[in-house]
Design a protein around this ligand. Structure first.
Ligand code: NAP
Ligand code: GCO
Length: 264
């Protein structure tokens, strides 16, 4: 019998007050997991808690900047004390800055790499020792199309998400023998606040050119929804994926398989 149940598991999803993290956490709760999340801003922790409660989910929310190792270590220690050892970690918190590379300040580049790459290292490092003691665990890194592809204005994000793909493979290589599976999910273009600027209506009411571009570039001919990520995320957190390690599962409606529409 295939086992997708997360009954009795403690799952920490970073940056999960809304967006992709919130959807994944909600799916984990429905599969039986105890949900723990954090956010960078206290007001978002409170909003997140209310949103989980509205769905009948008893989540624990923490204020924590995932780029700050001291804060992360303190949060993980509190979670272990208040909820239990973390069985499932989803490194979801992320930011993007869309700036042409030659106009980008190095401080902006560093900030994106800090949140999107250094933070998954910091949080994973904090949870792995207890996973080893407990006999295993699951780490899921939220990668991107930009783990594979480049495009104008996203040099820092692509560098970080490409690095996150390799951090995923390295965690799998280094800790697979301890029954830790570390995999990535590479979402395609998903409708969330992060991508809202790419879907804004033009002053004349027409679609944003990038919006039309993405629909044309996606064989599924639509943007993804956060719900599209729920099944793959549950699979990678469950016993059903116990021999899947170091893999990035692209959930992109087929973008990476498609060369693009042929000229008329
Ligand atoms: P989002 O709507 O912008 O949400 C990102 C979350 O991360 C927010 O809750 C944000 O908190 C939190 N966060 C940012 N910096 C943080 C920090 N230093 N410490 C703690 N929390 C922090 O993004 P999303 O679209 O749901 O994306 C979630 C993940 O999926 C990201 O890693 C993103 O790169 C990736 N992704 C998104 C797409 C897409 O199309 N949307 C596609 C591929 C990959 P605040 O609100 O407090 O800032
Ligand atoms: C962009 C987008 C992306 C997506 C996503 C694609 O400006 O190109 O924001 O990079 O959010 O990561 O998978």
């Amino acid at each position: 019998m295939v086992n997708f149940s997360l009954e009795g598991k403690v799952a920490l999803i970073t940056g999960a007050s809304y967006g992709i993290g919130f959807a994944i956490a909600t799916a984990y709760a429905r599969a039986g997991a105890r949900i723990v999340f954090n956010d960078l801003k206290r007001e978002f922790v409170d909003k997140g808690l209310a949103a989980y409660r509205a769905r009948g989910i008893d989540a624990q929310g923490y204020f924590c900047d995932v780029t700050d190792e001291e804060q992360v270590n303190a949060m993980v220690a509190r979670i272990e004390q208040e909820v239990g050892v973390i069985d499932i970690l989803v490194n979801n918190a992320g930011i993007i800055k869309r700036i042409p590379m030659i106009e980008m300040d190095v401080a902006d580049f560093r900030q994106v790499v800090d949140v999107d790459l250094n933070a998954p290292f910091i949080v994973s490092k904090a949870v792995i020792p207890s996973m080893i003691r407990k006999g295993g665990g699951k780490i899921i890194n939220i990668c991107s199309m930009m783990s594979e592809l480049g495009r104008e204005t996203v040099s820092a994000y692509a560098a970080a998400k490409g690095g996150l793909k390799m951090l995923t493979r390295n965690i799998a290589s280094e800790y697979g023998a301890y029954n830790i599976q570390c995999n990535g999910i590479g979402p395609g273009y998903i409708a969330t606040p992060q991508t809202a600027p790419l879907r804004e209506r033009q002053p004349d009411g027409s679609r944003h050119p990038f919006d039309a571009f993405i629909v044309a570039k996606t064989p599924a001919a639509r943007w993804g929804t956060t719900e599209d990520l729920e099944g793959p995320a549950v699979f990678l957190a469950s016993a059903a994926s116990d021999f899947v390690n170091g893999h990035v599962l692209y959930v992109d409606g087929g973008i990476l398989a498609y060369i693009g529409k042929q000229p008329e």
